[in-house]
Write a protein that binds this ligand. Sequence first.
Ligand SMILES: *Cc1c(COP(=O)(O)O)cnc(C)c1O
Length: 371
Amino acid sequence: MDTNKQITVTSPQLPDLDEFQALLKEIWESKWITNNGQFHKLLEEELCKYLKVPYISLFTNGTLPLLTALQALRITGEVITTPYSFVATTHSLWWNGIKPVFVDIEESTCGMDPNRIEAAITPRTTAIMPVHCYGKPCNTKHIQEIANKYGLKVIYDAAHAFGVEVNGEGIMNEGDISTLSFHATKVYNTIEGGAMIMHDSEMKKRVDFLKNFGFADEVTVVAPGINGKMDEVRAAYGLLNLKQVDSAIAARQRVAQIYRKELKDIPGVRYFEDIPGVRHNYSYFPIFIKAEEYGMSRDDLYFKMKARNILGRRYFYPLISNFSTYHGLPSAATENLPNATRIANEVICLPMHHELSDNDLERILDCIKNR
Ligand SMILES: *Cc1c(COP(=O)(O)O)cnc(C)c1O
């Protein structure tokens, strides 16, 4: 057995090269390489079907739809968000001149704790920006009730939640807008890429203008837009990858089942179970280490894995609220974020992708079991 081959936390699913070359040939012949070409249109249609959503707008990465959603909904003032995410969530607020207000997360989902939202609302609050962390659905019903009560918009950063369904419904239908990332590290990738999901054709139209500098036609600029367009090469790549994403999710599910079976009896190691009625995408497999019970700290385990060439990731550590841009905000205080602070010090995301072998899993589990 190859005992020292590097095991990465993720590995991108790539389309069949011959199939991709055939599509590239079509693009070369048409010479239509970006700006809402045929593959762009086709990918939007196919993604609507796959995600069970009415409207989608493709972007060139997953950060621009966050920035653009805030513009499209004309969000200002303060937005309530989570410190337990990838930095792009909060950066999108900062780039719009909006003050982020952090609220703590729930241990059961690592998503925003709806019970803490109302206390964070001020007269300047205009929206809530939660994250379906690790693809685990937020408590969307409770969040929407609060949004309705106070007249707030809800924008879900759904970058982790591609293909997740609750009782047969696509989770992207929640809130006013959801955004996706198709970065190489995500369950479904277009190398770089992303999308915004909305409920009506008016919003789709507005967002399509906004991602193309605000152009409504050749001579009319309706808003100060940005360039967020996805090109034809990555749209074609995305069409091919969409055909195989279900097999990638199935392979990830198998890995999750093995992890759960093997980690079940190890004291001090917590992990998530599947939720009945939810179609999970197995985008991440976080474990949470209680140092006293486990007999080793999270960091000691993390570095031990690293020394054995097993690259887990401490997603999400440090908390966004601890980065220098944000740590001076009153809501960034550790006392305000006890769950997020603790969990950030317990978490390791284990390697999780469609190509992990039994040998890889054996090495990872051996490292965790024999401490
Ligand atoms: C990956 C990710 C993003 C950013 O997406 P990019 O495509 O890398 O710009 C935003 N939010 C979350 C939660 C992410 O995981």
